[in-house]
Design a protein around this ligand. Structure first.
Ligand SMILES: [Zn+2]
Length: 134
């Protein structure tokens, strides 16, 4: 993403130099898109002679990541399980959630469907009974 930033002087070497700063930003909750948008917004690429220096400055003075999506913003503290991340925008929780969804595309965390369960059990018993007759 760094080499794709606009501006003069953004060689691969410059991007390599910026990479650790960008990684640090990602570790505290910035997204690639968010970080990129922030840098582009704060760098006047038309006038700046050497954009990497400006990007570096902004990366060093980066504020906290943008507020997480509003419905999750209520929990303002840090993640209970991963104190290094903001609650509601915890990369590790998000990843775990994604993994969980991939492993259990269906029932996952749905509350128990009593009627559905009963129907399923009855159907099962019916099938077993029918099988026993044979
Ligand atoms: Zn977490």
């Amino acid at each position: 993403m760094l080499t794709r930033l606009p501006g003069k002087g953004l060689s691969e070497a410059a991007a390599v130099k910026l990479a650790p700063l960008a990684e640090k930003a990602l570790a505290v909750g910035w997204t690639l898109d968010g970080l990129r948008a922030y840098l582009v917004r704060n760098c006047d690429t038309e006038r700046v002679r050497y954009a990497p220096a400006v990007y570096e400055m902004h990366l060093r003075e980066l504020p906290g990541p943008p507020a997480p999506r509003s419905e999750r913003a209520a929990a303002a503290g840090m993640c209970e399980r991963h104190p290094a991340f903001m609650a509601g925008d915890c990369l590790r929780c998000l990843r775990e959630e994604r993994d969980r969804q991939q492993q259990q595309p269906e029932d996952g965390l749905r509350p128990v469907d009593g009627m559905g369960l009963l129907a399923r059990l009855q159907a099962q018993r019916a099938a077993t009974t029918a099988g026993g007759v044979r």
